[in-house]
Design a protein around this ligand. Sequence first.
Ligand code: ADP
Length: 444
Amino acid sequence: MEETLKILVVEDDEVDRMAVRCALTKAGVQMELSEVGNGNDAFSALSTSAYDCVFLDYHLPDQDGLTLIQQLRFSEIKVPLVVLTGQGDEQITLQLIEAGATDYLSKSRISPESLAQVLRSAIRVYRAEMQADLANQQLRETHEQLIRKNQELERQQQLIQMQNFKLSEASLLKSHFLGTMSHELRTPMNAIIGFSQILLRPKFGQLTHQQADMVERILNNGKHLLMLLNEVLDFSKLEAGRLDLKAEIFDISKVINLAVAEMRSLADAKNLSLLVQTDLQNPLVFNDPVRIKQILINLLSNAIKFTESGDIWVEVKELPANRVAIIVQDTGIGIAPRDFKRIFEAFRQVDQTITRKYPGTGLGLAIIDSLVRMMGGKIFLESKLGIGSMFKIELPRQITLPTGAGEPPPIQGDSDGVFCSAKNPHQSSSQSRKAPIGYPKFKL
Ligand code: ADP
């Protein structure tokens, strides 16, 4: 069913009004037609009712069509407007369209067909314009929303930046506090250790068995506490970027053997066998021997701590591309894959409860991780719960010191890719090439 159109004819001439009415009726337009004879009445009709189309005579008794169109647009009254022009009005048509008329038709051309066509096209154009207006309006609103959201995001970003700044300040304060505290606590701790060692010497008087046992406990606990303090101090230095590597050329197998010897009593106390295999053609490396030993001691103390029975193996071997690997493997409790990454974070332990079975600061692996990074190396971890763990550290044979730390001494390679120091041209000692001890190559 065709829709009924509400049409307003604004025309003072009765004959012309009739011509429009007849033409529309003949064209078969379903309509509700209203007629007014001047601009004022047209304005009030359009202000109070909505029309689908207006046919507007350009020459009205009280004003011309252009003024009425401008009035309507000013009052934001939107309606399809067809201006009916007389002879000689041709030059005004462009102005009418610019002012907001939808179309125009010369009165001399009024016929059912022309009027129906101009009516349909005016309504179509108007509706398309309305849709475009609506789309534009929505676009504007979306744009404004985006601007508001952007402003909100910028505000949040500033907030996050401020919080980040506060956090890094707090973290710096924490590192400073940890560093100062552990440094201050080390002095009395060294005194406790020193004096208990003196007490244990027979030349200061023989202690009873019970007294000696108590002093030994003080000594061991003091040493343990000192180790914990050193860990905290190292960590705070690493965090603040104040820990420097003191690199030199040394025999890595000797340092490994020293670390293993230091840890052997702990392994023996738990009935764990501690096996070492060094498989190096050239044991010389350019690195910080104290930190290499610290890394191995940390890995070994973990391996011993988390292993109830079985073996612990240490292997040092050469890798292609001038690198060496230090491997520590145990038959301990193992680590679940979901914890692989976490355990390298500071103060992180698989068991975080107060009542946990295994003591520790949770700093050992974080320190190792930072040291290995500083050395330009990598850590690999393989582990299976209930089977054991393998920590593998790959390091360049010659570390690169930060700029300004001085040039490393020249280490030259021969044609076989075996390295020796130019300063201290040792070849690998036969001692470091121990016979294989049956290092298990089990895949975890
Ligand atoms: P800590 O030993 O002081 O707890 P670490 O940073 O050295 O701190 O180790 C972090 C955690 O990683 C340990 O608490 C433990 O849960 C896990 N872990 C480290 N080494 C082993 C290992 N060899 N076997 C099983 N778990 C380990």
